[in-house]
Design a protein around this ligand. Sequence first.
Ligand code: URA
Length: 441
Amino acid sequence: MEMIDIILDKRYGKALTDEQIKYFVTGVTNATIPDYQISSLLMAIVLNGMDEREMTTLTLEMAHSGEVNDLSYLDGIPVDKHSTGGVGDKITPILIPLLATFDVTTVKLSGRGLGFTGGTVDKFESIAGFNASLTPEKIKELAKGSKMVISGQTANLAPADKVLYALRDVTGTVDSIPLIASSIMSKKIAGGAKALVLDVTCGSGAFMKNVDDARALSEAMIKIGKLAGLKTCAIITDMDQPLGRCVGNVLEMQEVYETLTGRGSSDVIAVVTALAAKLVSLSGKDNGMIEDEIKAECIARLTDGRALSRYVELILSQGGSVNSQGSPLYVERPFESMFVTSPDTGYITRVRADLIGKASVKLGAGRLTKESALDYGAGICLYAKVGDNVRRGDRLCSICTGEGASLPEEALYDAMDLIHEAYEISDTAPESHKAVIDVLS
Ligand code: URA
């Protein structure tokens, strides 16, 4: 078999055979196919697509290009959750302990953030002492014990995807439903869970800019999951404005704590409870409750301290520090160094998540390259969101930097310009905004 024939077949719109896809993934993993031929095939896939069988074969081959976690030592159905990325997305640290209160085990292998999408591992590492680089033995011990695991992905988890993703990033080939779906699902299958809920974000701060594309990506991933024997469902959530009230590592973990003490914002609670309801029922721990009853039960557990006490247990079990009252201790303290005020009176009609995300990267809350250092205390607190009525001079948000950090003034003003551009204000109230747009099973 020759790589050039595989490229030509896809260029002329043919479906690739399973053998061709296997040959390709093996060559990517073993570095026997040069980058220019890999990139050429990726572009042909972007332009001519893949059918369900091709997507599933590509996913399974990538999932098996490295180690596949074996969680069969666990009783019951271990679950996983994946978000296609967003700004202010602090759902995982709330969801894992909440699920543990229902006796549901989550083994979450997460990435670090790149660009304006924050990474769950970075957020947890903003808690002093927290260790997210776990050995397989430690993962097993925690999964069997507390039922809550949060760890960085090992180098050998779907290594073919790592090669492909790095090339896609620099060859204009990220934006393709078959490539995104196979990339995400290969890592989820290799992660070893038996039930998965996908949070497919949609809007300015997401890969998918509109609901139709988000639905198409969700359906592709659900089909792959089913063909691979993984119970999969998806919810489509709004990422046109940031989720919740804060963007930035420590700031978001402070918001997590507030949510677990019954003071969460309505959008965060809507997304967490929608995901939890799906996972509790997929894992068979619903005790006969329908999803609306599970959601009500979730709200009770977020308010009465049950989810909070599992969160503290999760932090302590992975080396993190809490004070004598059980509040987490962070590696940096955010300091509100500047307030951005409204230039007009009216209704907020838009707070563009992509621009708020870019502003937070300027402040040091996110990475431009894998090597960039983070200021864990940096970020943005949103005082006004879509639908709010503001008067000229009211606070829209604050810009935070870590107390110990020194940010060049230019970066501060760049962030402020981006924030001003992100907020749109009009005399007319916007239509009501839903955090959960659709649920697909
Ligand atoms: N996240 C992934 O893991 N892969 C993609 O291709 C896009 C988002």
